[in-house]
Each structure stands twice: as C-alpha cells, then as structure tokens.
Design a protein. Structure first.
Length: 291
C-alpha cells in the first residue's frame, strides 16, 4: 500500500444518537456506477431524505401517566377546574401564544433573577396549560442543569441524564417521555457541573435543532437557571427566541428586574414578567406584563 493509500490518521468521528441531516438534504457525495453494456459512467441523482412525519415521531415517544394527586400536591394542575390558579395559567398561556404568533417565535426560556422565585413551577404549569389545547404540541425541557427540579415536580423518579441527549449520545426516543398526545417532557435527574460549556457546545445546538425538526413542536419551553447567577441564559441565546422572567413578590427587588433587563438587552427579547407569590392570594395571584 502506498503512502497515498494510507487511511487518515486521528480518532474516528464520534457517533451520535441524533440524525444531523436536515429533512430533504442530499448526501454530500454523488454516487457513480458503470453501465454494464457501454462501460460509461452513470452519475446517480443524490438521495433525498424523506421529511420526517412528526405524528409518527410523537407516537414513538414512550408515554407516561402522571399522578394527578401528586401533581396537585406540588401545585401542578392538569385540568383548569382543579384550582383557580390553573385558570390564571390559561390566561398566561393565551397571551404568550398570541405574542409568539405575532413574532413568529416558538422557543421560550423561563428564568428568574435569583433562586427560589418559582420558575420551574411556572414552566411546568405553563406546559400543562398548553397541553390542554389539543392542537398545540409542546415540549418542556429541564435545562436547569445545575439544579434540576422538574422531575420532582412531576413526581417522576430517576430520569436519565439529559446530558446524554444534548451531547448526541442518546436519541430523542430514548430520553423524551410523552404525556397525552401533545406534551413531551425532557427531564433530568443529574446535576451537570460544566453546564455553561455543555449548553454552548455545538453538539447541543445540533441536538436541539434535530429535536425541533423531528417533533415540529408549536412551543418549546426551556426551564433555565437564574439569569443573574450564571451565563447559562445568554449562552443559550441562539437556541431560544425570548425570555419569560419569573419574579417573587416577596423577595425580588426592582433592582433585580432592572439587572435582568440590562443583561438581556441586545441579546434576547424579554417576552414578559410573571409575578409569583404576590400579596393578592385570589384568582389574580400571578400578573403578566409584556415588555
């Protein structure tokens, strides 16, 4: 074997569990064969990949049944009639969907200025509210990788590490779980020490893009760490369209909100502000204001 025939050195490309070809994209190398009668080369047309059928992909996701009693104990409600707060989340849902439709957006980051403002609680109830609309396909992802909370809120034990999906080591079907016909959960049971590096890794961007291509959701809700405690939120700017900021009526200061607005300015639009634990304990417990 001559030096020109030697195989390339270096490690082989790492296999991933997520297809990196976009729907309809041709393979990069054109195939050449010989006509057996004439000996002439025949260049075959590039193979076109069929566009994914999102309904089939949704059906391929393992379905789970949530314990309504446990959810209610954690402040989550699958039906509007269960609690007045559920109706308030329906109002929030409608306002958000209208804002997203006006902008052509579909990817929301839910964050807060600091810890303990209830952002995971808001993200979970917002996803459940959207799932009450049969025509709205919703994906809820626990990207609060430093301190994952959503699995506990949903009463689900020991979900697989979400890192395995984000890094491309596991396909979507092995990790996502479906509730009903139109809500997909991507939960996490293991804290990630290098969260910022993982969220900004090109593999994560490819995994999230492949997920959107395959599921074609109407809304993707990402529960993210507090905005003022790390660079996770702004590090994911290319993968979300806007931010929903959850504040605590008993602890969040106006300076905290201004700091978040300054941080997001020029990087991500602030879709709105949710006031959690407000002094009014009636049906208008949460307020929403578009910025």
């Amino acid at each position: 074997m001559s030096s020109d025939d030697q195989p390339p050195s270096g490690p082989a490309p790492r296999a991933t569990g997520v297809s990196l070809f976009r729907p309809g994209q041709g393979l990069p190398n054109r195939q050449v064969t010989l006509d057996q009668k004439t000996g002439r080369e025949i260049v075959l047309s590039p193979l076109r990949l069929a566009a994914p059928n999102p309904a089939r992909v949704w059906e391929s996701i393992g379905q789970i049944t949530l314990d309504a009693g446990r959810l209610a104990g954690n402040g989550l409600f699958t039906q509007t009639a269960q609690n007045p707060a559920a109706a308030t989340f329906d109002i929030l849902r409608t306002r958000i969907l209208q804002a997203l439709a006006a902008k052509g957006w579909g990817r929301i980051a839910v964050t807060s200025p600091t810890h303990g403002c209830g952002k995971s609680f808001v993200a979970a109830n917002l996803a459940l509210s959207m799932a009450r609309m049969p025509s709205c396909r919703t994906v809820l992802m626990d990207l609060e990788l430093r301190d994952p909370q959503l699995a506990g809120l949903f009463g689900l034990r020991e979900p697989q590490p979400l890192r395995e999906f984000l890094s491309g080591d596991q396909p979507l079907e092995s990790h996502f779980r479906r509730v009903g016909r139109n809500l997909a959960l991507a939960l996490n049971g293991e804290a990630v020490p290098d969260t910022a590096a993982l969220l900004q890794d090109p593999e994560t961007a490819r995994a999230l893009e492949a997920m959107r291509d395959q599921l074609q959701p109407d809304v993707v809700i990402c529960d993210l760490p507090p905005a003022l405690g790390s660079d996770d939120v702004i590090g994911l700017a290319g993968q979300v369209d806007a931010v929903l900021l959850v504040t605590d009526g008993t602890k969040t200061s106006p300076a905290d909100i201004r700091a978040c607005e300054h941080l997001l300015d020029g990087r991500l639009p602030l879709l709105g502000v949710v006031l959690n634990r407000a002094q009014d304990r009636g049906t208008q417990r949460y307020s929403y204001g578009k910025r």
